[in-house]
Design a protein around this ligand. Structure first.
Ligand SMILES: Nc1ncnc2c1ncn2[C@@H]1O[C@H](COP(=O)(O)OP(=O)(O)OP(=O)(O)O)[C@@H](O)[C@H]1O
Length: 638
């Protein structure tokens, strides 16, 4: 691999392309830009990690094609990298986004290069990962119709009939699994249906192998185990192959990689043979779920740090650095500006004053720009949970708001095609439900209880209750499509949607004739007019757009001003749980303390100019004035 010499002119050229006029990269950032051997990069929020990555990509693009036909590989968790390249390095996008380079998500990289080839090898065909119900349908049908599974059928039927835990056999089948010790078990029942090595347990295992070999099907829950086996069995030559195929590997937001993804990356890329850059911030790891045992990322001791934040002022840095785990220090390019973060203290009965309080704070700080980015964010959006959530602050907030792509039939069709090609039938199935939600929306079929549009979860329940057989057959047929493309998927969708709707309305001819033309339009552009500015509150006086979102939703973003909303989870609020980091009380043993810390850290580090935090009076009273010095406290109670 090449240790490129990067001249001052090179640095200036990227500064001109990527930074605000006249701005420069701080020294710690240029150290990273100039480094071309494997290294970890640990950086604070707003340090310009993404910008530094783009700078390196631009410098590499200048030097392409690389020797021996090698490419670069950029992995992230969402498609942010691709979008950032298109938006900020548009002149280089063609070169960067084409062969031999690979730019995409970590998971799709592992699926495509590790798990799927492994499964294809066993199965002799393309494999689909299916949801557990579709899978159970196949298992049940084989058990009932194939004599070689008669022992299994007998044992499970008997358990279903005597156990009375499940109302239907399919749900019973869905709950079958092989325990680590090889016994056949069901649901939460401790006692196995059959011990390891017993005929029915062996038959069940055989059946799973048969489904993989004959139908090319694995269950979503088992994908992790297959992936792990695939990584474990990756031949050593593979690492050589990948390390010469990709000379420069960048993994953005490395802290969000789970154990398996980390293992896969380590197995695929040899840091001695190619330059591997793991870029991240362990304090911003908010994607690992509670069950996930992935430990916090610990960068290698010789890591390169970027400790200068280019986003916010020192006053914001001083309060959020308390939420960091290691070195509690963030330097800022802007320094102290005299603008403290604002704490809006409210009482529950006056929670509707919070947004007004935010708008007044924007006014006081002369943030008048209508094109500015103003966001109100919180950790919890789920409407069915009790306690404070984003919707408590603004009743029009819709936690299930659709994303842009749901407003075009063809975008959804393309998404389904893509998932099927990647072998992700379970994802394609979710997109089918999303499509059905849109169709129901346009033909005004509402949920009978809520009276609102169907959500994809409500759609799942409705399909399971009313149309299970037909719907599962539909999904199964989708997995059997011979040539997966727009045309074949479109045909199947039209046919199946019509069939499904004909169950309730036999005289229906073709529902597609009554769907709006803009929805069916084949151009890829999305009809923005139809996206009725969901979750955007227009400030009634000045017309600023205040966008409501989750903290997860705004990860990686830069705002002009951010309003952080206190929300509750499992009986306590996030702000309550972070009080110990400000010196009040102690953290409990629950992992919620650490996840609240990281969520608050990510959320509060978004704004460039103004951070506001909405805090309930009760939490504020508990804080014993610890915020009074560093924050401007605005009392909304009176
Ligand atoms: N050297 C610089 N001088 C001035 N502004 C900069 C500089 N580097 C980056 N920026 C700006 O600072 C903001 C934050 O940059 P960026 O989004 O790359 O940070 P990040 O480290 O990826 O953030 P986070 O980890 O919080 O998601 C952006 O608006 C970017 O344009």
């Amino acid at each position: 691999m090449m240790e490129w010499q990067i001249s001052d002119q090179d640095i200036q050229a990227v500064e001109e392309i990527l930074l605000p006029h006249g701005a420069q990269f701080p020294e710690d950032a240029t150290n990273v830009i100039r480094c071309w051997h494997s290294t970890d990069v640990a950086a604070c929020p707003g340090s310009g990690k993404t910008t530094v990555l783009l700078a390196k990509l631009k410098l590499l693009a200048d030097r392409m094609p690389l020797e021996n036909g090698a490419g670069i590989c950029v992995l992230s968790h969402t498609n942010v990298a691709v979008n950032e390249i298109k938006n900020r390095l548009s002149d280089y996008a063609d070169r960067l986004l084409s062969y031999p380079n690979y730019i995409g998500t970590i998971q799709s990289f592992i699926d495509r290069f590790v798990t799927m080839p492994y499964l294809r090898n066993i199965s002799g065909q393309n494999v689909q990962v299916v949801d557990s119900l579709t899978f159970a349908q196949q298992v049940l049908s084989k058990m009932q119709h194939d004599a070689k599974y008669s022992a299994l059928d007998y044992v499970t039927k008997n358990n279903f009939e005597t156990g009375k835990q499940f109302s239907e056999r399919i749900n019973h089948t869905q709950a079958l699994y092989i325990r680590d010790d090889g016994a056949l078990c069901i649901g939460r029942q401790q006692k196995p249906l059959a011990g390891a090595g017993k005929t029915s347990a062996e038959q069940y295992k055989k059946l799973l192998v048969e489904l993989l070999e004959d139908e090319g099907m694995i269950r979503y829950q088992d994908a992790y185990v297959y992936a792990s086996t695939a990584i474990g069995e990756l031949p050593a030559e593979y690492a050589d192959l990948f390390s010469s195929r990709f000379q420069y590997v960048f993994i953005d937001e490395y802290q969000d990689c789970n154990n398996l993804q980390r293992q896969a990356i380590d197995a695929i890329f040899d840091p001695q043979k190619c330059a591997v850059f793991k870029i991240g911030d362990s304090d911003q790891a908010i994607y690992n779920s509670a069950e996930d045992t992935t430990p916090d990322w610990m960068p290698q001791p010789d890591f390169l740090p970027i400790i200068t934040s280019c986003r916010f002022n020192q006053e914001i840095a001083n309060v959020i650095c308390k939420l960091k785990k290691g070195e509690k220090n963030i330097v800022t390019l802007a320094g102290a500006t005299g603008v403290k973060p604002v704490l809006l203290v409210f009482s529950p009965e006056n929670i509707d004053r919070v947004i007004g309080g935010f708008i007044s704070a924007l006014d006081r700080h002369e943030l008048y720009d209508n094109n500015g980015i103003y966001k109100a964010i919180g950790a919890v959006k789920r409407e069915d949970l009790s306690g404070l959530k984003i919707g408590s602050y603004w009743t029009e907030f819709d936690g299930s708001a659709n994303k842009k792509n749901e407003y075009s039939y063809w975008v959804l069709v393309d998404e389904i095609v893509q998932y099927l090609l990647e072998g992700k039938l379970y994802k394609a199935e979710q997109s089918v439900r999303r499509l059905l939600c849109r169709v129901f929306h346009y033909i005004s079929i509402k949920h009978p209880i809520s009276g609102k549009d169907y959500t994809i979860v409500a759609m799942k329940n409705a399909l399971d209750e009313k149309y299970r057989g037909q719907y599962r057959q539909w999904i199964y047929e989708m997995s059997r499509i011979k040539t997966i493309d727009r045309h074949s998927v479109d045909q199947l969708l039209r046919q199946k949607i019509n069939e499904l709707l004909r169950i309730g309305n036999p005289s229906l001819t073709d529902i597609f004739t009554v769907l709006p033309a803009f929805f069916l339009e084949e151009s890829t552009s999305v009809n923005h007019a139809d996206i009725a500015e969901k979750n955007v509150l227009i400030d009634p006086i000045r017309g600023r757009r205040i966008i409501f979102d989750t903290i997860h939703g705004v990860k990686g973003e830069t705002h002009d001003a951010t309003l952080y909303l206190e929300t509750d989870r499992q009986g306590a609020s996030d702000l309550n749980r972070i009080l110990p980091y400000f010196g009040i009380g102690r953290c409990g043993s629950s992992s919620l303390y650490d996840s609240s810390r990281k969520l608050a850290y990510v959320g509060m580090s978004r704004p460039k100019k103004l951070l506001c935090v909405a805090m309930q009076a009760e939490t504020y009273e508990k804080s014993k004035g610890v915020f009074d010095a560093d924050w401007e406290v605005v009392d909304l109670r009176g």
